[in-house]
Design a protein around this ligand. Sequence first.
Ligand SMILES: [Zn+2]
Ligand SMILES: [Zn+2]
Length: 186
Amino acid sequence: MNCLENSEGDILEEITLPERRGILGSKTYKSINGKILKTTRMNFCDNCGFMLDLNKPVVICSTCGKKLCSSHCCTFEYQRRHYCQECVQQLLPLNIDGFRVLRCILAEVEPGKARKFGHMTHESYKQALSELLEAGYIERRGVSLLRSHKFLDKGLLAFHTYERAYSQDPTVKHFESELSDYLRGR
Ligand SMILES: [Zn+2]
Ligand SMILES: [Zn+2]
């Protein structure tokens, strides 16, 4: 808190508060019993809470208007627009389990390996696989034992949309190292 006196002798009080969601910055001046209260609101990322550096790119979600820092975990680019994680998940849903399964299919590894490398339960693997099929990210080819899964363009798009964010996740890092050990030994 900062107190100083102006030429008329009024006490100016200055306070700094965090800015509200979706607003990029504001200053207010209020006169209370001859005292002027100046409030400056600072910008923080509406997702991670980190203070925004306005000299760096600040992203406004195209759907909800949240202000976001440029971290790969806070902003997502889809069809040349930027979104927050919640809004991009509405447009192009993909969770970490689905991401691991998709990663195996892209690497031409049998998707069931995602269970082993990603330490997934049988149920979460089945769920992820059916969500990917339903979203039109992958398709089944062949029958029974010769059945294989192929990724589709939309799956590739979803994979790349989340790749930078999910790669920061420690469980995904571990999964990636198990997968690359497997690919090397193949
Ligand atoms: Zn952020
Ligand atoms: Zn949003």
